[in-house]
Design a protein around this ligand. Sequence first.
Ligand code: PEP
Ligand code: MN
Length: 265
Amino acid sequence: YRHGEASEVVVNTPDGPVTFGEHHPLVVVAGPCSVENEEMIVETARRVKAAGARFLRGGAYKPRTSPYAFQGHGESALELLAAAREASGLGIITEVMDAADLDKIVEIADVVQVGARNMQNFSLLKKVGAQPKPVLLKRGMSATIEEWLMAAEYILAAGNQNVILCERGIRTFDRQYTRNALDISAIPVLRNLTHLPIMIDPSHGTGWAAYVPSMAMASIAAGCDSLMIEVHPNPKKALSDGPQSLTPEAFDQLMQELAVIGKAV
Ligand code: PEP
Ligand code: MN
């Protein structure tokens, strides 16, 4: 079991510092799966900010199952994220897949995301641990809690103490109705085992926009510190993860409901 106090991860955003942690208001991260073009990323940033999000998420480098699926716009998408940061004041969270891209990502991102598929890419973990920006470590799709905490330990051991853990659903036997099984029990379990802040991603956790609000509520009830929600201005046209993306209107509605039930947003 954990010894000592919950740790805080303070992230500097254009709008000022935002703190992730047990004793702080819920931090909501929102945005599209992929950065598609300037108009959509800037529009999404403005809309999620107006609804109360503190961070914009969006992939420039995408870990797609098929090599023929959209892979992300890469470096040019990083520039679009920088523009959205400027336009909105939101902090930026984006994924690093390859250590070769890390320096470029660190220049524009306020938090560097390591995705589920790279949770045990130990050389990447060592490298994100040796750079100065906070790291969001997603749970591997079949990772045990122990494996996940050990992956976090790689980052901490390399010198970076600013690690946020993100549960995004695990692979079980039923993929017919949900993409993954969101492990809500990870919240109290992690609270017992680690001092690190806990984020929940009900978008990848369920795979369906219709299920996102109830799982977001459940996650708050179970005590999470932060939520990551995929939002797209036109989910039907999204280049990735459209079925699980909320419209800006649905996101706004969710934020109003969240404000009522728990930790102030
Ligand atoms: C994502 O955040 O868009 C993503 C690819 O998530 P995960 O690594 O959890 O699948
Ligand atoms: Mn996605």
